[in-house]
Design a protein around this ligand. Structure first.
Ligand code: SAM
Length: 318
């Protein structure tokens, strides 16, 4: 079979799986604050755990992933999350990570570790209770803070992700840094991306990497760190010995060595976040056919610029 890389030498080495397209928060950048927080009315995802495991294993056979990240929607709402993690481990995929809003983490952290999860990213866009409610349309930030501490105690490697939006939560940058530094965990600030309802107004809420550094410089001195291959974030080291990162998808995109493939909850793949063209693979059985789908996904990768998509991260998987 033809090797799967493009003229820039990019390969698919990280698989991001959106387990379901529902969430128990309604963050403004994802949903424009529409209420999607109805977990009790969760519709069944299109794929069962065993269907998902079959698709992922078939992809892994062709691509030998180094990392798999489970996301969504909110992956902790996925009914068979623990069997999925156990199944992936059994099928030789050991470097399993998960991205969550942390709302259900306090009660699940120990079971996630027992199932074989190693690392978790928790999205947290504010420390202030009112600002958290404004960003997520949900109260009770304390549940998430407890979840973060439970994950640390359970032995998970924890990172925080914070989306900073112009005119909304810039005031949270320094308190979020302090929260992370107090726990000795890594934090990355995300430039808001032109996805979903923000696709038509990409700059309206954008706080650029440069502006974020400017805010952080009010309190800290720092030096840039060397960027790792295919890393999503640029990192800086403070003179206090802490690190922070910025995911600057809009102002300093990292498409040139992107190694990510995305699988959504309907069994469709995407080679790039900037693609509106899902490639269905749920019923693809033959390795040659799957290889052709992967070639198509590879062609979706952008080279110089992140252009965004009409699809929200809820659909494509964040
Ligand atoms: N529910 C989980 C969570 O909250 O982490 C996983 C899914 S969420 C879509 C994954 C990540 O995508 C979150 O860190 C979220 O902040 C980020 N995200 C979603 N839409 C975004 C946008 N338009 N710009 C930047 N980040 C976005």
């Amino acid at each position: 079979m033809k090797p799967l890389n493009d003229i820039y030498g990019r390969q698919f080495k990280t698989l991001r799986v959106s387990l379901l397209n529902r969430c128990n928060l309604s963050c403004v950048y994802c949903t424009m604050g529409e209420d999607v927080a109805k977990p009790e009315k969760e519709e069944p995802t299109a794929l069962t755990a065993s269907e998902l495991l079959t698709i992922i294993t078939n992809l892994h056979t062709l691509l030998s992933f180094s990392t798999i990240r489970l996301t969504g929607g909110e992956p902790l709402l996925y009914h068979d999350l623990i069997p999925i993690i156990e199944g992936l481990n059994k099928n030789g995929l050991h470097n399993i990570k998960l991205t969550t809003n942390g709302f259900l983490l306090e009660r699940m952290a120990v079971d996630l570790v027992a199932a074989g999860l190693k690392s978790i990213n928790v999205s947290l866009d504010a420390i202030d209770e009112n600002m958290f409610a404004l960003m997520s349309k949900r109260g009770n930030i304390q549940r998430i803070l407890n979840g973060i501490d439970a994950a640390i105690d359970a032995g998970l490697h924890v990172k925080l992700n914070a989306v900073i939006m112009k005119g909304i939560n810039e005031s949270q940058v320094l308190p979020l840094l302090q929260f992370a530094f107090d726990r000795n965990i890594s934090i990355r600030f995300l430039e808001v991306m032109s996805m979903g309802h923000l696709h038509q107004q990409p700059k309206k809420y954008l706080v650029t990497q440069q502006e974020l550094l400017h805010i952080i410089a009010q309190q800290y001195q720092f030096e840039p760190c060397h960027r790792q291959h295919a890393a999503t974030a640029n990192y800086w080291q403070t003179t206090t010995g802490h690190q922070f990162g910025i995911i600057a998808n809009e102002s300093a995109p990292f498409c040139g060595d992107c190694d990510r493939l995305r699988l959504d909850s309907k069994g469709q793949i995407y080679g790039c976040l900037s693609s509106n063209h899902p490639i269905p693979i749920a019923n693809v059985q033959q390795p040659e056919q799957l290889q052709a789908c992967l070639q198509e996904a590879m062609q979706q990768k952008q080279t110089l610029q992140f252009t965004g998509s009409n699809l929200s991260m809820l659909d494509i998987g964040g």
